[in-house]
Design a protein around this ligand. Structure first.
Ligand SMILES: NC(=O)C1=CN([C@@H]2O[C@H](COP(=O)(O)OP(=O)(O)OC[C@H]3O[C@@H](n4cnc5c(N)ncnc54)[C@H](O)[C@@H]3O)[C@@H](O)[C@H]2O)C=CC1
Ligand SMILES: O=CC(=O)O
Length: 330
């Protein structure tokens, strides 16, 4: 007699090879048209599934978890950030949570670097100008479309983990001086390799840097970490790039600062109220906004799916899955 396959419910469409492999291994229920699950669909899924595979767009809070069926033993997130999941409540209910760290580090760091170049050098603005003026422009001019030089500037990374370090490794050869704030100093090898300066107190680092890159997770401690007061610590010539989570910056405070000319610009891959972007941000010429594309490469998404499968399979085989999220060390 063959063992019953676990019912795995996946909330969004995944890359085709991943869905095919899941179909071979599990009794899988896929989301063919990729619609975001409604609260009712999510509740039904959590009641029925042995394993739920959500993404950042699914809010798995304590209220939802209170409706979980007895079968639900694993939430295998397709993504690195797990701020959408109440991991501690899940743990108390005996539900394991896993994620997909590492395989999207380089892609997200590339995107961060893209924003880091795009905003001070006005890439999107220049491209938009040509499009809006049907390819006509005043011709090369010594004073038109001037941005800011990257070389020699100071980059302040908030959250020197996998992605923060990958950003620093890219930024250094561009001539940026690396500064960072983290819960604790990075190891000596990293500090030496990157000649990075650790700032224990974020308030001390902010006035000293020219560009801030936000790369920490969203947690109760980092919600609105960059609020009105901290944004005011930055120089008016400073730029902010955020590829972590929108809620880490008080978005209204950021908009006010940009509109008032108290900041030079921002590159944002994430927003406080996703999937909605505040229209005031879209009106600002010095803001480059992307629809949460940091990990959006074909290779990365397939590798993320591979990790989800390994996590489910290992768990179902009775072992500890490699990417278990432990609330105490998040
Ligand atoms: N835009 C996108 O598509 C993507 C966004 N992300 C976001 O990036 C975040 C970081 O990912 P990884 O680098 O892989 O995580 P990580 O866990 O390797 O690094 C996070 C770093 O932030 C530090 N940190 C935590 N709390 C802090 C605090 N209160 N103050 C200062 N530092 C703090 C940690 O000590 C750690 O060094 C994820 O949590 C996720 O939200 C991740 C992947 C793709
Ligand atoms: O934002 C994406 C993630 O994987 O985290």
């Amino acid at each position: 007699m063959t063992a019953k396959k676990p019912l795995v419910i996946v909330t969004r469409k995944l890359p085709a090879p991943i869905e095919a492999r899941m179909g071979e291994l599990f009794d899988v229920r896929l989301n063919g048209d990729d619609h975001p699950f409604s609260a009712a669909e999510l509740a039904a899924a959590i009641r029925e599934a042995d394993v739920l595979v959500p993404t950042v767009t699914d809010r798995i809070d304590a209220r939802l978890l209170s409706q979980a069926g007895e079968n639900l033993r694993l939430i295998a997130q397709f993504g690195t950030g797990v701020d959408n999941i109440d991991v501690e409540t899940a743990r108390r209910r005996g539900i394991t949570v896993t994620n997909t760290p590492g395989v999207l580090t380089e892609d997200t760091a590339d995107m961060t670097m893209g924003l880091l170049l795009a905003v001070p050098r006005r890439l999107a603005e220049g491209s938009r100008y040509l499009r809006e003026h049907e390819g006509q422009w005043p011709g090369w001019s010594p004073t038109w479309m001037l941005g800011r030089r990257l070389t020699g500037k100071r980059l302040g990374i908030i959250g020197m983990g996998r992605i923060g370090q990958a950003v620093a490794r890219r930024a250094k050869p561009f001539g940026l001086e690396i500064h960072y704030h983290n819960r604790k100093p990075a190891n000596a090898v990293i500090e030496q390799e990157l000649e990075a300066r650790f700032w224990e107190n974020l308030d001390d680092m902010l006035p000293k840097v020219d560009i801030v890159s936000v790369n920490c997770p969203l947690t109760p401690q980092t919600f609105h970490l960059l609020d009105t007061r901290r944004l005011k610590l930055l120089k008016p010539e400073a730029y902010i790039v955020n590829t972590a989570r929108g809620e880490i910056i008080d978005e209204n405070a950021l908009i006010r600062a940009l509109e008032a000319g108290e900041l030079a610009g921002a590159g944002l891959d994430v927003f406080e109220h996703e999937p909605t972007v505040n229209p005031r941000l879209l009106k600002l010429p010095n803001v480059v906004s992307l629809p949460h594309m940091g990990s959006a490469t074909i290779e990365g998404r397939v590798e993320m799916g591979g990790k989800v499968i390994v996590n489910i399979k290992t768990f179902m085989d009775g072992h500890r899955p490699p990417d278990r999220v432990i609330p105490a060390i998040m």
